[in-house]
Write a protein that binds this ligand. Structure first.
Ligand SMILES: *Cc1c(COP(=O)(O)O)cnc(C)c1O
Length: 378
């Protein structure tokens, strides 16, 4: 069997262990310390906007705290992009609220502004003003933030930007994760940089950040004994994990470059395969980190489905994956309202994510290219 080619695997830079060792040497083995502060500062300067970042245990935790800070409580409704990973929507349920799912549009595969406004109007007409809008930058592709922000402002609904896949992406030269009232980042093992597991909440005021840190460390009131006036969570990032993050921040720009070069590799590869389109930016306003490169296969032209391709790659121990299955099609969210048509559904039917890691070798690229050419030549 050939060695496995992963969709996206961790890629260390070299200095991660130095920061981790510093934490051990100083006995800062806790959910606070100099690496946590340093990692937050690194992220703030990378995002290049006046933001305050709180390092947390996961992107999912960041989404949960963002919803709480937006005042989401039991019985509320929250609008969420349907085509996404379940982690975007699950925290809505943690709050006892109901997700209202919205379809994608074809250019960015992200939230359709037209369907969004339809959803907002209809929920308001039904007597339920949505408490927040969760928009996602799928696979690193920025969503149509101009249009979405305009709708959010018109109806005065805060945006929570799920930028878990989009660290290093920009829209009109502004970093993804800095547009909404809150932005969410993830450093899970398969993301563009990883801390083995972790996340961050991007805030615009010190007050919002302080509240996130307070809630993420069990909501302790200011008293010498343990006193609590709020329900707290154990969501803070540890100083060991943050050390890995500091090392990864040193190479983030290279990782973005490498992922973008993988996307270019697929553009070249599929240039002469009719019926397959590579997912690229719709205009120069958009700059994707291309966390994952994805394609749409038109089986009526190629004679092969995305599933044919996936299975052929698997035979050669090459991992690929269908696009995210939309949340409104998931059994667990069967009762949630949905607005839009079948854009997300069609993308799911015909789309495939291909190996996109920043650490793929030329040899591995050749193996991928050979297999793909084989599939589409028959
Ligand atoms: C990875 C991911 C998350 C969750 O982040 P974790 O750090 O794994 O909790 C949320 N949303 C999207 C779109 C993701 O890809």
């Amino acid at each position: 069997m050939n060695t496995k080619i992963w969709l996206s695997s961790p890629h260390m830079g070299g200095n991660e262990q130095k920061y981790v060792n510093e934490a051990f040497d100083a006995n800062w083995v806790a959910p606070l310390g100099p690496n946590v502060d340093g990692f937050e500062k690194d992220l703030e300067s990378f995002l290049n906007t006046d933001v305050k970042v709180a390092a947390l245990s996961a992107g999912t935790a960041a989404l949960h705290l963002a919803l709480i800070e937006c005042g989401v409580v039991y019985g509320d409704e929250v609008i969420c992009q349907s085509m996404t990973f379940s982690a975007s929507a699950n925290p809505i349920a943690y709050c006892g609220a109901t997700p209202v799912f919205v379809d994608s549009e074809k250019d960015t595969w992200n939230m359709c502004p037209v369907a969004l406004e339809e959803a907002v109007k209809d929920r308001i007409a039904k007597g339920k003003e949505p408490k927040a809008i969760i928009v996602v930058h799928l696979y690193g592709m920025p969503a149509k933030m101009n249009e979405i922000t305009a709708i959010a402002e018109k109806y005065k609904i805060p945006i929570i930007e799920d930028a878990a896949e989009a660290l290093g992406s920009t829209y009109k030269d502004k970093a993804c994760g800095t547009f909404g009232r809150f932005g969410v980042l993830s450093f899970n093992g398969n993301k563009i940089i990883t801390t083995s597991g972790g996340g961050a909440l991007v805030c615009h005021t010190q007050e919002d950040k302080d509240k996130a840190v307070f809630l993420s460390t069990q909501a302790r009131d200011n008293a010498p004994h343990y006193q609590h006036s709020h329900i707290g969570y154990n969501y803070r990032m540890s100083n060991i994990v943050a050390g890995i993050g500091r090392g990864q921040m040193e190479v983030l720009a290279n990782r973005v470059e490498a992922r973008r070069s993988m996307n270019k590799f697929y553009q070249d590869l599929f240039a002469d395969i009719e019926g397959v389109t590579v997912f690229v930016e719709p205009s120069t306003d958009y700059y994707s980190n291309h966390w994952l490169s994805a394609i749409i296969v038109d089986a009526t032209i190629t004679g092969k489905t995305r599933e044919d391709l996936r299975l052929a790659l698997l035979e050669d121990n090459i991992e690929s994956r269908p696009l995210w299955k939309p949340m409104h099609m998931q059994p667990v969210f069967a009762d949630a309202p949905y607005y839009g048509s079948d854009i997300a559904e069609k993308l799911f039917d015909n789309g495939l994510c291909l190996p996109s890691g920043s650490n793929l070798t030329n040899e591995e690229r050749e193996r991928i290219a050979k297999k793909i050419k084989q599939v589409f030549s028959k």
